[in-house]
Design a protein around this ligand. Structure first.
Ligand SMILES: Cc1cc2nc3c(=O)[nH]c(=O)nc-3n(C[C@H](O)[C@H](O)[C@H](O)COP(=O)(O)OP(=O)(O)OC[C@H]3O[C@@H](n4cnc5c(N)ncnc54)[C@H](O)[C@@H]3O)c2cc1C
Length: 296
């Protein structure tokens, strides 16, 4: 791995703590952690690793991810340096899969392009947001995506049109297809007034500060919204607000968030989630579905 990365000028780290690569600040070391800065390098490295039988995983900004305490045996590839962005026609933007979504939203606003206001404050990458169909405040990626260039599990590159993404609530074909990686995405936006777009984004940012425990490390909402309910409300109704196992706590501010209150392990988070799910099911009959992904 070292020789390949040296030859191809790819930054490679050994025994990289995943706690430094996730917004939860949890996780043991990955055997190898690579930061390719071009699509070609990413594709070449993954092909090389797979040909040697090395396990691989891809991460964006690690904002929806729980990394195990034991870390990851194999190669974790970060898309963070695939962060280019260019305008595309009258009102489109093409962004690299690793570009920070918030940064893309700000870029769109500065260009007077509406449609990504909801993305302000979502701390993920464009590729991670496409995979998760990230959304907030009545917006979601599926409303803005036109197409994505993806690496297929077989190692080829193809373009997915909007319907081919098969977007669903916090899911997509990319998420459901192990080994499919978003290299770049074209977003179709609408011309708007910069001040209005920025005012909307400022409003969303204020609502987040007001409602979410942003001062603690977390991975955002732990659960998807069950039909007809809000996960946070159900958890609160069950008396679990502030409930803590080890360093993992149900946020006192928003019960839909699990926060790392200090020194939490992945084991703490998983035990807490099991307790929440069991309690909510026993008391309300609703089965909570996890939104947080586990690096495995
Ligand atoms: C404070 C906070 C607030 C949040 N608010 C919201 C919100 O309002 N709405 C919302 O939807 N989410 C929210 N999230 C969750 C998270 O930011 C989103 O799910 C985001 O889209 C994840 O992107 P990421 O790059 O961090 O993905 P990661 O956490 O790095 O990865 C998540 C999954 O996506 C896969 N993945 C990542 N990049 C790619 C790629 N290029 N191609 C294919 N698969 C990829 C990974 O393999 C993994 O399975 C929040 C999180 C935090 C911490």
């Amino acid at each position: 791995m070292q020789a390949y990365c040296r030859e191809h000028h790819i930054e490679l780290r050994e025994n990289e703590p995943m706690s430094g690569r996730t917004t939860f600040k949890i996780g043991g070391p990955a055997d190898w952690f690579a930061l390719p800065d071009t699509e070609e390098k990413l594709i070449g490295l993954l092909g090389f690793a797979r040909s040697r039988g090395v396990r691989t995983a891809v991460v964006g900004r690690g904002s929806n991810l729980l990394a195990p305490d034991a870390g990851f045996r194999g190669l974790v590839v970060s898309t963070a340096r695939l962060d280019g962005c260019r305008t595309c026609g009258e009102s489109g933007l093409e962004a690299g899969g690793g570009m920070a979504l918030s940064q893309l939203a700000s870029r769109a606003a500065a260009l007077g392009l509406a449609g990504l206001e909801f993305a302000q404050g979502i701390p993920g990458s464009v590729g991670g947001a496409v995979a998760m169909n990230a959304g907030a405040y009545d917006g979601e990626m599926s409303f803005a995506v036109q197409s994505s260039r993806v690496l297929t599990p077989q190692g080829g590159v193809c373009v997915l049109t909007l319907p081919e993404h098969r977007f669903g609530y916090r899911t997509s074909r990319v998420k459901e297809t192990p080994g499919m990686i978003v290299l770049s995405t074209v977003l179709s936006l609408k011309p708007g007034k910069r001040e209005e777009i920025e005012a909307k984004m400022a409003d969303f940012a204020a609502r987040r500060r007001d409602k979410q425990p942003l001062q603690y490390p977390s991975a955002g909402s732990a659960y998807k919204r069950p039909q007809g309910y809000f996960a946070g409300q159900l958890i609160e109704q069950c008396g679990l607000k502030g409930f803590q196992i080890g360093g993992a706590r149900v946020s006192d501010k928003h019960a839909g968030f699990i926060v790392n209150a200090g020194g939490a392990t992945a084991g703490d988070v998983l035990r807490l989630m099991e307790h929440i799910e069991k309690t909510v099911f026993e008391r309300t009959g609703v089965r909570l579905e996890r939104e947080i992904c586990v690096l495995d």
